[in-house]
Design a protein around this ligand. Structure first.
Ligand code: AMP
Ligand code: ZN
Length: 456
């Protein structure tokens, strides 16, 4: 039974749907710069959610939008004297490339705001017609006083008073749907009944999510910074028209911090995922991000990344003992040990707990292997567990079994080469590599450590 923490009710809830097809919308990147590792904490969390739904035999249909209309994009394009698309396509590609490198399952849709502006204009017009929105000087605002359910995610009374009180607005929390063109925007604008301008971010997501997935979605997710006002405002626009809950579950992941501050492109303290991937393998980055619960804050640190590397090495050494060819574990009987891993994941995606269970299994199995009893059972149980574990964490590079079973002598040489490398004794390390080569094995050094292949 899958339980997830719904920000709407502030509680863990049993996940229920009408159909086996779960529709998920995740707020995507604003493409004015390379995405950073903080953004990817959130995108890996979306991936974890989808993998968990698959583990529970659901099919999924998911969309991550590309925010390619935004003030920061416009300023960058004007400052760099570049076409807006030259900027957005470059960073969209950076996001897609990094998603692939990080083994994030492909979503069905990556809709761009620029492809749906006509629909946004029609949607805003509907809100104006129904008196939920008003026009001032070419800007269109949502009137929160006319929508009684405003405040789903926050208590408005406890909100800070420091929200910019634009003189054009009727109420402090009214938010903009359409932004009138300003001279600084150069030639970036769309024509509308209210004059030249462009849609605002909250409207982009509200329109795209419905257009792509329909006006009833199962799960809407994002980083915690989006809960208010972005998600509040998405809900207000859609639900004022439909009078129905637009998403059943709202899931938010906590931030990745750097030196106690949120990592953010605008704060200038961000580390691009592209640069991170030059130093650390995708397995290490996935492990680092997944070893904490998605609802707890994490800080980026070298020591935590090194710890993740050690965990990957430990798992790889364990996996090397078995012929772990990918296979469908769901058709096999799962033992209590497998089940407790699944239960941890199903308990609001508790990856640290699940990881602990898996490491305990590795320790117990390593001990059991030395007794050389019940080897067939141990083998079967371990292969199932490795595949089950990987279906969620995706950090073990499963290779063909023929390349995996190393003779004892080779294992020992590998181990001493690792020691030589730890001691930065490159001469010895090269000597051992040559020795392995003469024995018929090629050793490659990757960011995850040594990889061994049989010479063909
Ligand atoms: P942006 O490109 O800023 O629009 O953000 C894209 C996604 O990354 C959103 O879902 C944000 O909530 C999320 N995000 C931004 N910064 C962080 C961070 N430091 N940690 C975790 N998620 C973040
Ligand atoms: Zn959004």
């Amino acid at each position: 039974m899958l339980k997830i923490f719904n920000t709407l009710s502030n509680k863990k809830e049993v996940f229920k749907t009408d159909s086996n097809l779960v529709k998920i919308y995740g707020c995507g990147p604003t493409v004015y710069d390379h995405p950073h590792i903080g953004n990817f904490r959130t995108f890996i969390f979306y991936d974890l959610l989808i993998r968990t739904l698959h583990l529970n035999n659901y099919d999924t249909q998911s969309a991550i939008n590309i925010t390619d209309i935004d003030d920061k994009i416009i300023s960058r394009s004007i400052a760099e004297k570049k076409n807006m698309q030259d900027i957005t396509l470059k960073y969209e590609k950076s996001f897609i490339d990094a998603s692939r490198k990080l083994k994030i399952l492909k979503n069905e849709f990556y809709p761009r705001a620029t492809d749906h502006v006509e629909d946004m204009i029609a949607f805003i017009q509907k809100l104006v017609d129904k008196n939920y929105a008003y026009v001032v000087n070419g800007n269109v605002y949502f009137d929160i006083k006319n929508y009684t359910n405003y405040g789903k995610f926050v208590n408005l009374k406890t909100l800070d008073d420091d929200i910019e009180n634009d003189l054009d607005k009727k109420n402090k929390n009214d938010f903009v749907l359409w932004k009138a063109w300003k001279s600084e925007d150069g030639n970036i604008f769309w024509e509308s009944a209210w004059g030249k301008g462009r849609p605002a971010w909250h409207t982009e997501c509200a329109v795209i999510s419905q257009k792509i997935l329909g006006n009833k979605i199962d799960i809407h997710c994002g980083g915690i910074d989006l809960k208010f006002p972005h998600h509040e405002n998405e809900c207000a626009q859609i639900e004022s028209i439909t009078n129905k809950n637009f998403a059943n579950y709202w899931l938010h992941s906590e931030h990745l911090n750097i030196e106690d501050e949120k990592m953010s492109k605008s704060l200038g303290n961000s580390l691009s995922i592209e640069d991170m991937l030059k130093k650390y393998s995708s397995n290490i980055i996935r492990m680092f991000l997944l070893s904490s619960h998605y609802r707890s804050k994490i800080s980026l640190s070298k020591s935590k990344l090194e710890e993740s590397k050690k965990m990957i090495n430990r798992i790889s050494r364990f996996a090397e003992k078995f012929s772990t060819n990918e296979f469908d574990f769901t058709k096999n009987d799962l033992s209590d040990k497998h089940q407790s891993f699944i239960d941890a994941i199903n308990d609001d995606l508790n990856t640290p707990k699940a990881l602990g269970i898996f490491f305990e299994f590795i320790s117990d199995t390593n001990k059991a292997l030395t007794k050389r009893k019940d080897l067939k059972k141990i083998n079967q149980e371990s292969i199932i567990f490795l595949n089950l574990f990987n279906s969620i964490f995706q950090v073990v590079d499963i290779q063909n079994s023929d390349d995996k079973v190393f003779p004892q002598e080779i294992n020992e040489l590998l181990l001493s080469r690792q020691q030589a490398r730890d001691n930065k004794d490159w001469i010895l390390s090269d000597k051992i590599r040559d020795k392995l080569f003469n024995l018929g094995w090629i050793v490659e050094d990757s960011l995850d450590g040594q990889k061994l292949l049989k010479k063909k």
